[in-house]
Design a protein. Structure first.
Length: 115
């Protein structure tokens, strides 16, 4: 296992389900996509969150989920490997997925916690 400080790269994905297919998308993420992604060397963790906007911004899509993936080490080869698999039999994309927006985050400070 890697030292926690090595997990300084995160990939955040905002996802929207096709109308009426939110449960199908949840199952796909939990039963298929997250396990497929964690099988890619370099991905070390994944978590899925339900999105409840506090104050929706005009013109912004109403996302259903936010996924946070942690990548150990240099993220570029990991992301290239994942990109080559997306949409293939090894990592199929669900037809319940309407749209996504992906952000790449690089930590620039230590993780802080309350006392």
């Amino acid at each position: 296992m890697c030292d926690r400080r090595e997990y300084m790269h995160k990939m955040v994905v905002l996802a929207k389900a096709v109308e009426g297919k939110i449960e199908e998308l949840q199952r796909w993420y939990d039963d298929r996509h997250i396990p497929d992604l964690l099988a890619v060397p370099g991905f070390v963790s994944a978590e899925r969150h339900r999105v409840f906007p506090v104050k929706p911004l005009e013109g912004m899509p109403a996302w259903d989920f936010m996924l946070i993936y942690e990548i150990a080490g240099d993220p570029m080869p990991v992301l290239q490997s994942m990109g080559g698999m997306m949409g293939t039999e090894r990592m199929p994309v669900s037809d319940a997925l309407a749209s996504t927006h992906t952000l790449s985050l690089v930590g620039i400070s230590e993780h802080h916690q309350a006392n």
